[in-house]
Design a protein around this ligand. Sequence first.
Ligand SMILES: [Zn+2]
Length: 100
Amino acid sequence: MKSDLFMVLSSLKDPKRLDVLPTNRSEKELQIGSDNFYMKRIGENKYRLYSKNMVLLEVDSEYIVPCPECGKLMEQIALPTDCFSLGVYMCMNCRGTAKK
Ligand SMILES: [Zn+2]
C-alpha cells in the first residue's frame, strides 16, 4: 500500500524548495518531529502541505514541491486555508499519465 504521508525537508540553499520523502511515521509522529513541514495525500495526485510553524499567507504561500511519485514539480491548485495548511499541490505529470 502506498504511503499517504510524507516527510518534507526544506533545502539549505533555498528554504522555499522542498524535498519530499516517503515515511511510515504516523501523522502524530510527524507533527511532533523536528521537521517543520509534512505532506499528506488527499486524493489522486493531490497533496496538502502542512507547516508546524505559523506561516504568513501573503509572504509564504508558495513553495517548490516535487511530486513524491515522479519527482517533477507540482502545481499549487488551492491556496492555504490557514497559517498551518499551506495549500494543495497537484502533479500534472502523474495526472496526465493516469489518463492515458
Ligand atoms: Zn508526479
